[in-house]
Ligand binder design. Structure first.
Ligand SMILES: Cc1cc2nc3c(=O)[nH]c(=O)nc-3n(C[C@H](O)[C@H](O)[C@H](O)COP(=O)(O)OP(=O)(O)OC[C@H]3O[C@@H](n4cnc5c(N)ncnc54)[C@H](O)[C@@H]3O)c2cc1C
Length: 381
């Protein structure tokens, strides 16, 4: 029996999410890949179907349901069909950025920011990484200098997901010299003078996801847009990262299961030397190994999801889950591509997209190496 309990309401919600994906995403995704970004209408359509902002309180337009399983179901359904860019967008909107607003913003800030996150009119992003620092979060150099009721922000961010579509960003800035205690989080409207989007970066995969540079030049951000106390930024980021990593793992396992299912069909149909390639012992062994690993991944993931729902998922366990499931996703995509032969290298075969899309998963949200440093620290090493 799975550690993760889903009731009838979750199952009904999965049906809703699945039909949304079939109707609004599957047929359109290729076009979005060509245009290099998701359309703003995907977010408002998702909002219209009730797929955004489950924990947002009713007074701010949400259902007020603080149950991570709903958000996990959406990411799963989107990732399973290979729409990785859209899966990342849902993950960011619902799981990565929203908690900063629901958990750390005060009532006045919530009234300003939350309603649009539920309708999809507000597209969220988070800007931590800079050209000079990624893994080393505490190395952030973007400055925010207090001037009256504003901060004056100068600096640059890079690799920011939803960078072109985003309308509201949580931005990590330096408000003091202390390595950890000198960071703060500001919520920045993309319309703010001095906020500039750079290039939509040219990636090897995730072509429908807009990943951009952002530049801030004498950008005045009201002090009223700071989350929590000045100097709390690093600790606020660390607090929210386990859910971000869990959400990435949800996408990783579902995407790997999706590519495995497609490959299973392929090896039954494709023939060589007079028989289906699924009849070769090598193919059978590869598929048997992947089926076993996916079973392990699903069991581990469900256990972590159950722990998270109970408020018990630790940073170290989320790190274990993140590195292991994303490395598995890369391995599954690679081995499935091999079983497709030359067709696997052709863009028209979904496995080729799964291969390039998977590759980023072991890097963002904290690299595999950084996950291992967290685990080693937890081991007391
Ligand atoms: C497509 C995409 C989307 C992204 N989206 C966002 C986003 O929305 N918001 C955001 O803020 N960032 C985002 N990022 C940035 C991402 O989180 C960083 O790229 C990642 O954290 C790694 O940082 P870095 O690229 O600076 O690599 P570096 O930190 O320079 O790391 C380079 C290598 O050194 C290793 N390394 C570093 N430190 C250690 C250590 N202590 N021990 C062992 N090895 C180490 C790393 O594991 C890696 O292999 C995104 C990146 C990409 C590519």
């Amino acid at each position: 029996m799975s550690a993760l309990q889903l009731d009838d309401e979750h199952r009904q919600f999965r049906d809703l999410a699945r039909s949304f994906v079939a109707e609004k995403i599957v047929g359109q995704h290729e076009g979005w890949e060509q245009s290099g970004r998701l359309p703003a209408s995907m977010f408002t359509d998702a909002g219209g179907h009730g797929l955004l902002g489950f924990p947002v309180p009713e007074e701010f337009g949400g259902p007020g349901v603080d149950d991570f399983r709903y958000h996990a179901i959406i990411v799963e359904e989107v990732a399973r069909v290979g729409a990785a860019a859209a899966a990342i967008a849902f993950s960011l909107q619902n799981d990565v950025v929203l908690p900063y607003l629901t958990d750390l913003a005060d009532a006045e800030q919530q009234a300003r920011w939350l309603p649009g996150t539920v309708t999809g009119e507000t597209v969220l992003g988070i800007a931590m990484t800079e050209p000079g620092t990624g893994s080393d979060l505490a190395g952030i150099a973007t400055t925010a200098v207090r001037d009256g009721d504003d901060y004056v922000v100068n600096g640059a961010k890079t690799f920011i997901s939803n960078g072109e579509n985003g309308t509201l960003f949580v931005v990590a800035v330096r408000t003091g010299p202390e390595r950890h205690g000198g960071l703060s989080l500001l919520v920045v409207d993309a319309e703010t003078p001095g906020f500039e989007r750079g290039r939509n970066l040219d990636k090897i995969g995730l072509h429908a996801q807009d990943t951009s540079e952002l530049a801030f030049t004498d950008m005045r951000v009201p002090v009223a847009n700071r989350l929590g106390a000045e100097g709390d930024g690093f600790y606020q980021l660390v607090r929210n990262l386990p859910q971000e990593r869990l959400s990435l793992a949800v996408g990783a396992v579902a995407a790997a299961e999706g590519v495995f299912a497609a490959t299973r069909e392929y090896v039954e149909q494709r023939r060589a030397f007079g028989s289906p390639i699924g009849g070769f012992q090598n193919t059978q062994f590869v598929m048997a190994e992947l089926a076993t690993e996916l079973d392990l991944a699903r069991t581990f993931l469900d256990d972590c999801l159950a722990q998270h729902v109970a408020g018990e998922l630790t940073a170290a366990r989320a790190a274990k889950l993140k590195w292991w499931t994303t490395e598995l996703q890369v391995r599954v995509a690679d081995r499935c591509l091999q079983l497709h032969g030359g067709y696997g290298y052709m863009r028209e075969y979904p496995v080729s997209r799964a291969f390039v899309d998977a590759r980023i998963q072991t890097i963002y949200g904290g690299t595999t190496e950084i996950m291992k440093t967290i685990i080693a620290k937890d081991l007391g090493l």
